[in-house]
Design a protein. Sequence first.
Length: 69
Amino acid sequence: MKSEFQTMTLGELRQYVLEHRNDQLAFEALMERINAQPQPQQQVYGEVDAGEFRDLVQQYRDSKSQLRG
């Protein structure tokens, strides 16, 4: 991983990749960084209705924001 990518925060690296979509090294650095993060326990869901789905999406977003916090 390039040293400049190592000094970037995850958010900065994501933004860089979005702005430099052809930079393969930056993309690989981002994927390595994402894969190195601990994964939350996965939940398996059966069929849900639209209201339940909306609640599940909000729960997912909340869990992601807590990880960043």
